[in-house]
Design a binder for this molecule. Sequence first.
Ligand SMILES: Cc1ncc(COP(=O)(O)O)c(C=O)c1O
Length: 390
Amino acid sequence: MSAPVLRDPAPSLGEVRQRLVTTTAAHTHLAVCGVAPPSIDVEQALSWLMQDLSRPGFWRECEQQVERARALFARLIGADVDQVAVLPNASVAAYQAVSRRRWRRRRDVVVTPAEFPGVAHTWLNQPSARVRWTGPPGGAVRTADFLPLITARTGLVSVPAVTYRDATGLDVARIARAAHAVGAQVFVDAYQAAGVMPLHVDALNCDYLVAGAGKYLMGLPGVAFLYVRHPDGPPPALTGWLGRADPHALRATVLDWPSHARRYETGTPCAAAVYAAVAGLRLVNDLDLHQVRRHTQRLITEAARRLTALGEVVRIAAAPDVQGAHLALVDPQAETLAAWLGERGVITAPRAGVLRLAVHAYSTDEDIDVVCDAVATYRRHHHRRSGGNR
Ligand SMILES: Cc1ncc(COP(=O)(O)O)c(C=O)c1O
Protein backbone atom coordinates (compact mmCIF):
# COMPACT_ATOMS: atom_id res chain seq x y z
CA MET A 1 0.00 0.00 0.00
CA SER A 2 1.19 3.52 -0.74
CA ALA A 3 2.22 6.06 1.92
CA PRO A 4 -0.51 8.45 3.05
CA VAL A 5 -0.91 11.52 0.88
CA LEU A 6 -2.73 14.72 1.76
CA ARG A 7 -5.16 15.61 -0.96
CA ASP A 8 -5.03 19.09 -2.34
CA PRO A 9 -7.65 20.43 -2.66
CA ALA A 10 -9.50 18.66 0.15
CA PRO A 11 -12.44 16.53 -1.03
CA SER A 12 -15.82 18.24 -1.02
CA LEU A 13 -18.24 17.21 1.71
CA GLY A 14 -20.43 15.58 -0.94
CA GLU A 15 -17.49 13.43 -2.05
CA VAL A 16 -17.04 12.19 1.51
CA ARG A 17 -20.64 11.05 1.57
CA GLN A 18 -19.97 8.93 -1.50
CA ARG A 19 -17.47 6.93 0.58
CA LEU A 20 -20.11 5.67 2.99
CA VAL A 21 -21.55 2.22 2.67
CA THR A 22 -24.65 2.71 4.82
CA THR A 23 -25.78 6.25 4.07
CA THR A 24 -28.12 5.40 1.26
CA ALA A 25 -31.76 6.34 0.88
CA ALA A 26 -32.54 3.63 3.43
CA HIS A 27 -30.07 4.78 6.09
CA THR A 28 -29.55 8.07 7.84
CA HIS A 29 -26.48 7.63 10.01
CA LEU A 30 -26.45 10.07 12.95
CA ALA A 31 -24.49 7.92 15.39
CA VAL A 32 -20.84 8.68 14.70
CA CYS A 33 -20.39 9.86 18.32
CA GLY A 34 -20.99 6.17 19.17
CA VAL A 35 -19.55 4.34 16.20
CA ALA A 36 -18.49 5.42 12.72
CA PRO A 37 -20.59 4.36 9.74
CA PRO A 38 -18.79 1.86 7.53
CA SER A 39 -16.96 3.43 4.61
CA ILE A 40 -15.76 1.99 1.34
CA ASP A 41 -12.26 2.81 2.60
CA VAL A 42 -12.58 0.64 5.71
CA GLU A 43 -14.23 -2.14 3.71
CA GLN A 44 -11.26 -2.09 1.34
CA ALA A 45 -8.76 -2.02 4.22
CA LEU A 46 -10.39 -5.13 5.68
CA SER A 47 -10.18 -6.89 2.34
CA TRP A 48 -6.46 -5.97 2.18
CA LEU A 49 -6.09 -7.49 5.63
CA MET A 50 -7.62 -10.75 4.36
CA GLN A 51 -5.24 -10.77 1.41
CA ASP A 52 -2.23 -9.97 3.61
CA LEU A 53 -3.16 -12.86 5.92
CA SER A 54 -2.77 -15.28 3.03
CA ARG A 55 0.67 -13.92 2.07
CA PRO A 56 4.04 -14.41 3.75
CA GLY A 57 5.16 -11.55 6.03
CA PHE A 58 1.79 -10.66 7.54
CA TRP A 59 3.25 -9.36 10.81
CA ARG A 60 5.69 -7.10 9.01
CA GLU A 61 2.81 -5.56 7.04
CA CYS A 62 0.73 -5.25 10.21
CA GLU A 63 3.60 -3.40 11.93
CA GLN A 64 3.76 -1.03 8.99
CA GLN A 65 0.07 -0.39 9.36
CA VAL A 66 0.61 0.49 13.02
CA GLU A 67 3.32 2.97 11.98
CA ARG A 68 1.03 4.48 9.33
CA ALA A 69 -1.75 4.88 11.86
CA ARG A 70 0.66 6.48 14.34
CA ALA A 71 1.98 8.92 11.71
CA LEU A 72 -1.51 9.86 10.49
CA PHE A 73 -2.78 10.50 14.00
CA ALA A 74 0.35 12.50 14.85
CA ARG A 75 -0.24 14.66 11.78
CA LEU A 76 -3.90 15.15 12.65
CA ILE A 77 -3.06 16.61 16.09
CA GLY A 78 0.22 18.35 15.19
CA ALA A 79 2.40 15.96 17.21
CA ASP A 80 5.65 14.14 16.53
CA VAL A 81 5.33 10.41 15.76
CA ASP A 82 7.50 9.66 18.78
CA GLN A 83 4.89 11.28 21.01
CA VAL A 84 2.10 8.86 19.99
CA ALA A 85 1.39 5.38 21.40
CA VAL A 86 -1.02 3.00 19.68
CA LEU A 87 -3.17 1.29 22.34
CA PRO A 88 -6.36 -0.78 22.46
CA ASN A 89 -8.68 1.76 24.12
CA ALA A 90 -8.90 5.09 25.91
CA SER A 91 -9.14 3.53 29.38
CA VAL A 92 -5.81 1.75 28.94
CA ALA A 93 -4.34 4.96 27.52
CA ALA A 94 -5.43 6.93 30.61
CA TYR A 95 -4.03 4.24 32.89
CA GLN A 96 -0.71 4.16 31.04
CA ALA A 97 -0.42 7.94 31.32
CA VAL A 98 -0.51 7.94 35.15
CA SER A 99 0.24 4.40 36.28
CA ARG A 100 3.64 5.12 37.79
CA ARG A 101 2.98 8.63 38.88
CA ARG A 102 3.94 9.59 42.46
CA TRP A 103 1.07 11.73 43.69
CA ARG A 104 2.61 12.79 47.04
CA ARG A 105 2.05 16.55 47.63
CA ARG A 106 0.14 16.97 44.40
CA ARG A 107 -2.57 14.42 45.06
CA ASP A 108 -5.55 16.20 43.52
CA VAL A 109 -7.01 15.20 40.18
CA VAL A 110 -9.59 17.70 38.94
CA VAL A 111 -12.30 15.86 36.99
CA THR A 112 -15.87 16.53 35.92
CA PRO A 113 -18.75 14.03 36.31
CA ALA A 114 -19.29 14.72 32.59
CA GLU A 115 -15.99 12.93 31.88
CA PHE A 116 -16.34 9.59 30.07
CA PRO A 117 -16.63 7.02 32.92
CA GLY A 118 -13.71 4.86 31.77
CA VAL A 119 -11.36 7.82 32.08
CA ALA A 120 -12.79 9.04 35.41
CA HIS A 121 -12.58 5.50 36.82
CA THR A 122 -8.88 5.42 36.03
CA TRP A 123 -8.34 8.47 38.25
CA LEU A 124 -10.60 7.02 40.98
CA ASN A 125 -8.50 3.85 40.89
CA GLN A 126 -5.23 5.69 41.71
CA PRO A 127 -4.70 4.69 45.35
CA SER A 128 -2.77 7.84 46.37
CA ALA A 129 -4.71 10.37 44.33
CA ARG A 130 -7.73 12.40 45.51
CA VAL A 131 -10.40 13.11 42.91
CA ARG A 132 -11.89 16.62 43.08
CA TRP A 133 -15.15 16.75 41.09
CA THR A 134 -16.14 19.90 39.29
CA GLY A 135 -19.29 20.93 37.43
CA PRO A 136 -22.89 19.93 38.10
CA PRO A 137 -23.62 16.18 38.51
CA GLY A 138 -26.21 16.10 35.70
CA GLY A 139 -25.87 19.33 33.76
CA ALA A 140 -23.34 20.79 31.38
CA VAL A 141 -19.88 21.57 32.75
CA ARG A 142 -18.25 24.91 31.87
CA THR A 143 -14.61 25.90 31.50
CA ALA A 144 -15.02 28.26 34.47
CA ASP A 145 -15.98 25.31 36.73
CA PHE A 146 -12.44 23.92 36.51
CA LEU A 147 -10.48 27.02 37.42
CA PRO A 148 -11.22 27.45 41.18
CA LEU A 149 -10.28 23.83 41.88
CA ILE A 150 -6.82 24.11 40.36
CA THR A 151 -4.47 24.75 43.29
CA ALA A 152 -0.91 24.02 44.42
CA ARG A 153 -2.16 20.55 45.44
CA THR A 154 -3.34 19.69 41.91
CA GLY A 155 -1.30 17.05 40.09
CA LEU A 156 -3.56 16.45 37.09
CA VAL A 157 -6.50 18.18 35.43
CA SER A 158 -8.61 15.87 33.26
CA VAL A 159 -10.57 17.69 30.56
CA PRO A 160 -12.85 16.25 27.89
CA ALA A 161 -12.36 18.35 24.73
CA VAL A 162 -16.06 17.68 24.08
CA THR A 163 -18.23 15.79 26.58
CA TYR A 164 -19.60 12.43 25.45
CA ARG A 165 -23.22 12.99 26.48
CA ASP A 166 -24.07 16.66 25.94
CA ALA A 167 -21.31 17.56 23.44
CA THR A 168 -20.14 20.46 25.58
CA GLY A 169 -16.86 21.85 24.27
CA LEU A 170 -14.35 23.06 26.86
CA ASP A 171 -11.60 25.64 26.52
CA VAL A 172 -8.71 23.23 27.06
CA ALA A 173 -6.03 25.87 26.44
CA ARG A 174 -7.44 28.13 29.15
CA ILE A 175 -7.66 25.28 31.65
CA ALA A 176 -4.13 24.18 30.69
CA ARG A 177 -2.78 27.69 31.35
CA ALA A 178 -4.24 27.60 34.86
CA ALA A 179 -2.97 24.05 35.46
CA HIS A 180 0.55 24.74 34.24
CA ALA A 181 0.72 27.94 36.31
CA VAL A 182 0.55 25.75 39.45
CA GLY A 183 2.73 22.96 38.04
CA ALA A 184 -0.10 20.50 37.27
CA GLN A 185 -0.45 18.42 34.10
CA VAL A 186 -3.41 18.22 31.74
CA PHE A 187 -5.00 15.09 30.29
CA VAL A 188 -7.45 15.62 27.40
CA ASP A 189 -9.99 13.07 26.22
CA ALA A 190 -10.51 14.15 22.62
CA TYR A 191 -12.52 11.09 21.57
CA GLN A 192 -15.56 13.25 20.76
CA ALA A 193 -13.52 15.91 18.94
CA ALA A 194 -10.72 14.29 16.95
CA GLY A 195 -11.61 13.97 13.28
CA VAL A 196 -14.49 16.44 13.24
CA MET A 197 -12.78 19.70 14.27
CA PRO A 198 -9.24 21.08 14.09
CA LEU A 199 -7.12 19.98 17.08
CA HIS A 200 -3.50 20.88 17.67
CA VAL A 201 -1.67 19.75 20.79
CA ASP A 202 0.47 22.90 20.92
CA ALA A 203 -2.59 25.14 20.80
CA LEU A 204 -4.32 23.00 23.44
CA ASN A 205 -1.07 22.96 25.43
CA CYS A 206 -1.96 19.59 26.97
CA ASP A 207 0.43 17.00 28.40
CA TYR A 208 -1.60 13.97 27.33
CA LEU A 209 -4.35 13.52 24.76
CA VAL A 210 -6.33 10.42 23.90
CA ALA A 211 -8.69 9.61 21.02
CA GLY A 212 -10.04 6.37 19.61
CA ALA A 213 -10.25 5.33 15.97
CA GLY A 214 -13.82 4.07 15.91
CA LYS A 215 -15.90 7.27 16.01
CA TYR A 216 -15.18 10.57 14.20
CA LEU A 217 -11.84 9.14 13.01
CA MET A 218 -13.93 6.83 10.81
CA GLY A 219 -12.19 3.57 11.68
CA LEU A 220 -13.28 0.65 13.86
CA PRO A 221 -13.29 0.17 17.65
CA GLY A 222 -10.13 -1.53 18.94
CA VAL A 223 -7.48 1.19 18.56
CA ALA A 224 -6.87 4.34 20.61
CA PHE A 225 -3.99 6.79 20.43
CA LEU A 226 -2.21 8.33 23.38
CA TYR A 227 -0.24 11.54 22.83
CA VAL A 228 2.41 12.24 25.48
CA ARG A 229 4.21 15.60 25.38
CA HIS A 230 7.29 14.27 27.19
CA PRO A 231 7.39 10.55 26.50
CA ASP A 232 10.62 9.94 28.45
CA GLY A 233 8.96 10.19 31.90
CA PRO A 234 8.44 7.30 34.34
CA PRO A 235 7.83 3.99 32.55
CA PRO A 236 4.23 2.72 32.71
CA ALA A 237 3.09 -0.11 35.01
CA LEU A 238 1.64 -2.13 32.13
CA THR A 239 4.10 -3.36 29.55
CA GLY A 240 4.83 -6.10 27.00
CA TRP A 241 7.28 -6.96 24.28
CA LEU A 242 6.14 -4.07 22.06
CA GLY A 243 7.13 -1.61 24.81
CA ARG A 244 10.82 -2.42 24.40
CA ALA A 245 13.52 -0.34 22.69
CA ASP A 246 13.87 -3.09 20.06
CA PRO A 247 10.90 -5.48 20.24
CA HIS A 248 12.49 -7.75 17.65
CA ALA A 249 15.51 -8.42 19.85
CA LEU A 250 13.09 -10.65 21.80
CA ARG A 251 15.24 -10.67 24.94
CA ALA A 252 13.10 -12.06 27.73
CA THR A 253 15.76 -11.16 30.32
CA VAL A 254 15.97 -7.42 29.53
CA LEU A 255 13.41 -4.75 30.43
CA ASP A 256 14.56 -1.63 28.62
CA TRP A 257 12.45 1.42 27.75
CA PRO A 258 12.53 3.47 24.56
CA SER A 259 12.50 7.23 25.09
CA HIS A 260 9.49 7.55 22.72
CA ALA A 261 5.82 6.89 23.38
CA ARG A 262 6.05 3.29 22.13
CA ARG A 263 7.07 2.56 25.73
CA TYR A 264 3.36 2.74 26.62
CA GLU A 265 2.51 -0.09 24.21
CA THR A 266 2.13 -3.69 25.34
CA GLY A 267 1.39 -6.69 23.09
CA THR A 268 -0.10 -7.63 19.73
CA PRO A 269 -2.62 -5.02 18.52
CA CYS A 270 -6.04 -5.74 16.99
CA ALA A 271 -4.94 -6.05 13.35
CA ALA A 272 -8.38 -5.39 11.82
CA ALA A 273 -8.82 -2.21 13.87
CA VAL A 274 -5.33 -1.03 12.90
CA TYR A 275 -5.95 -1.51 9.17
CA ALA A 276 -9.29 0.27 9.53
CA ALA A 277 -7.69 3.09 11.54
CA VAL A 278 -5.32 3.81 8.67
CA ALA A 279 -8.21 3.96 6.20
CA GLY A 280 -10.31 6.20 8.47
CA LEU A 281 -7.42 8.50 9.34
CA ARG A 282 -6.57 8.94 5.66
CA LEU A 283 -10.13 9.98 4.97
CA VAL A 284 -10.13 12.42 7.87
CA ASN A 285 -6.65 13.79 7.19
CA ASP A 286 -7.79 14.65 3.66
CA LEU A 287 -10.56 16.90 4.99
CA ASP A 288 -10.46 20.61 5.63
CA LEU A 289 -11.46 20.34 9.30
CA HIS A 290 -12.25 24.06 9.57
CA GLN A 291 -14.84 23.56 6.83
CA VAL A 292 -16.12 20.40 8.53
CA ARG A 293 -16.43 22.27 11.82
CA ARG A 294 -18.50 25.06 10.21
CA HIS A 295 -20.66 22.47 8.45
CA THR A 296 -21.39 20.44 11.60
CA GLN A 297 -22.07 23.57 13.68
CA ARG A 298 -24.62 24.71 11.12
CA LEU A 299 -26.34 21.31 11.01
CA ILE A 300 -26.48 20.99 14.81
CA THR A 301 -27.85 24.53 15.20
CA GLU A 302 -30.51 23.76 12.60
CA ALA A 303 -31.41 20.41 14.18
CA ALA A 304 -31.72 22.06 17.61
CA ARG A 305 -33.95 24.79 16.17
CA ARG A 306 -36.22 22.28 14.42
CA LEU A 307 -36.49 19.91 17.37
CA THR A 308 -37.16 22.71 19.84
CA ALA A 309 -39.91 24.00 17.54
CA LEU A 310 -41.43 20.52 17.71
CA GLY A 311 -41.52 20.82 21.51
CA GLU A 312 -38.49 18.60 22.17
CA VAL A 313 -36.01 19.36 24.93
CA VAL A 314 -32.45 19.45 23.64
CA ARG A 315 -29.26 20.05 25.54
CA ILE A 316 -27.33 22.56 23.53
CA ALA A 317 -24.55 24.98 24.39
CA ALA A 318 -25.26 28.72 24.60
CA ALA A 319 -23.05 29.35 21.54
CA PRO A 320 -22.19 27.11 18.56
CA ASP A 321 -18.44 27.44 19.19
CA VAL A 322 -18.74 25.54 22.47
CA GLN A 323 -20.94 22.83 20.99
CA GLY A 324 -19.46 19.57 19.72
CA ALA A 325 -20.67 17.68 16.67
CA HIS A 326 -23.73 16.11 18.27
CA LEU A 327 -26.77 17.22 20.17
CA ALA A 328 -28.54 15.47 23.02
CA LEU A 329 -32.31 15.17 22.82
CA VAL A 330 -33.66 14.54 26.32
CA ASP A 331 -35.80 11.42 26.61
CA PRO A 332 -35.77 9.03 29.58
CA GLN A 333 -36.71 6.26 27.13
CA ALA A 334 -34.03 7.17 24.62
CA GLU A 335 -33.30 3.49 23.92
CA THR A 336 -36.92 2.91 22.85
CA LEU A 337 -36.88 5.96 20.61
CA ALA A 338 -33.54 4.88 19.11
CA ALA A 339 -34.88 1.39 18.40
CA TRP A 340 -38.00 2.83 16.73
CA LEU A 341 -35.91 5.17 14.57
CA GLY A 342 -33.49 2.35 13.79
CA GLU A 343 -36.32 0.23 12.39
CA ARG A 344 -36.98 3.11 9.99
CA GLY A 345 -33.36 3.41 8.89
CA VAL A 346 -32.39 6.33 11.15
CA ILE A 347 -29.37 5.33 13.21
CA THR A 348 -28.83 7.34 16.40
CA ALA A 349 -26.81 6.92 19.59
CA PRO A 350 -28.81 6.76 22.87
CA ARG A 351 -26.93 7.20 26.17
CA ALA A 352 -28.12 7.76 29.74
CA GLY A 353 -31.45 9.50 29.15
CA VAL A 354 -30.56 11.29 25.93
CA LEU A 355 -30.74 10.46 22.26
CA ARG A 356 -27.55 11.72 20.63
CA LEU A 357 -27.69 12.91 17.02
CA ALA A 358 -24.19 13.25 15.62
CA VAL A 359 -23.01 14.73 12.34
CA HIS A 360 -19.80 14.68 10.35
CA ALA A 361 -18.49 15.87 7.00
CA TYR A 362 -20.84 13.52 5.15
CA SER A 363 -24.04 14.66 6.93
CA THR A 364 -26.59 16.72 5.05
CA ASP A 365 -29.63 18.92 5.63
CA GLU A 366 -31.72 16.00 4.38
CA ASP A 367 -30.42 13.89 7.28
CA ILE A 368 -31.69 16.54 9.68
CA ASP A 369 -35.05 16.68 7.85
CA VAL A 370 -35.37 12.90 8.05
CA VAL A 371 -34.65 12.64 11.77
CA CYS A 372 -36.82 15.64 12.72
CA ASP A 373 -39.77 14.28 10.71
CA ALA A 374 -39.27 10.83 12.19
CA VAL A 375 -39.17 12.14 15.78
CA ALA A 376 -42.36 14.14 15.09
CA THR A 377 -44.08 11.01 13.74
CA TYR A 378 -42.95 8.98 16.74
CA ARG A 379 -44.44 11.51 19.15
CA ARG A 380 -47.66 11.86 17.16
CA HIS A 381 -48.53 8.25 16.69
CA HIS A 382 -46.76 6.25 19.32
CA HIS A 383 -45.52 7.96 22.40
CA ARG A 384 -46.03 11.02 24.50
CA ARG A 385 -43.22 13.54 24.51
CA SER A 386 -41.27 12.88 27.66
CA GLY A 387 -39.26 16.07 28.06
CA GLY A 388 -37.10 16.26 31.18
CA ASN A 389 -34.56 18.50 32.81
CA ARG A 390 -32.22 20.47 30.66
C1 LIG B 1 -15.31 10.71 25.34
C2 LIG B 1 -15.08 9.23 25.27
N1 LIG B 1 -13.96 8.71 25.79
C3 LIG B 1 -13.70 7.41 25.75
C4 LIG B 1 -14.58 6.53 25.17
C5 LIG B 1 -14.28 5.07 25.08
O1 LIG B 1 -13.36 4.64 26.06
P1 LIG B 1 -12.69 3.21 25.89
O2 LIG B 1 -11.89 3.27 24.62
O3 LIG B 1 -11.86 3.03 27.08
O4 LIG B 1 -13.80 2.21 25.79
C6 LIG B 1 -15.76 7.02 24.62
C7 LIG B 1 -16.73 6.06 24.02
O5 LIG B 1 -17.87 6.11 24.04
C8 LIG B 1 -16.01 8.39 24.67
O6 LIG B 1 -17.12 8.91 24.14
